[in-house]
Design a binder for this molecule. Sequence first.
Ligand code: C2E
Ligand code: CA
Ligand code: CA
Ligand code: CA
Length: 279
Amino acid sequence: AKRTGRQGICFFTSAVQQRAARHLQLVNALRYAIERKQLHVVYQPQVALRERAIIGAEALLRWESPELGNVSPAEFIPAAEESGLIQSIGAWVLREAVRQAVRWRAEGLPPVTMAVNLSAVQFRNTDLPKLITRILQEEGLPAEYLELELTEAVAANDPQGAIAMMNNLHERGVRMSIDDFGTGYSSLSHLKKFMAYKLKIDQSFVRDITTDAEDRAIVNAIIQMARSLGMRTIAEGVETIEQLSYLHEHHCDEIQGYYFSRPVAATAFRQLLLDGAAR
Ligand code: C2E
Ligand code: CA
Ligand code: CA
Ligand code: CA
């Protein structure tokens, strides 16, 4: 028994050590990722169902590290948050995405709103509104073409702080959307005070929408609620025509997902805009 116990402890320690080592490795590599040009941004179209047109792009980070390979943002964003590196990485993504939106506008392509994800750490930073206004001015993008995505969990975690920050950004003309909606337990009384332009229905509800009656009920309720509060809805993770049809019939405003396009490089997104919207 003693031997297995020791082996157990040994195994446990090494698993924890492995995780700590991986974290350190990530943070160390991430520290130089910007200056070594290992980060880039890909764009996924947001398609308006009624207009059948691309009206937005979500900017999503990609990291190609020579040492670690392609690391998923689901892994490196948390490491960037814990280490504080998210402030500089987040500012870099914002500027990069805004710059890209300006380029597409300058080329005369159909106008798209640029949606950028905000981490909890960025959102709590009281300098965020100033940073955003500065980037918009320096790059030359009208504020209403920028949309900031904040997860429902972050908003629900500190509703008063979220209301104040969203108000501030709203006054500056920037749009806000609530990401992963339906998973974050925000209260309805707070929801109406969030100056949100759009609710993003979490992809976990969209996945089985054609087969699961409960998921359907949740999605319908979110759409109805958003409409009565004057907010738009977008469904994430739409992969099939059946999901799209259901959402269209139930008055969801927009979809985003592999059905229309995976997140793609700026040049490929430009081609999507040129080819003209959805079918
Ligand atoms: P998210 O904001 O919920 O982004 C949506 C994720 O779903 C993206 O994963 C996207 O590639 C993926 N996706 C889009 N359509 C489909 C589909 O039809 N099916 C499936 N199965 N997945 C789809 P990605 O790019 O790996 O990003 C993961 C998460 O990492 C994001 O979730 C977001 O929370 C975070 N993230 C990515 N870029 C940034 C960033 O620049 N800043 C911050 N703070 N977080 C970011
Ligand atoms: Ca998002
Ligand atoms: Ca999401
Ligand atoms: Ca998510």
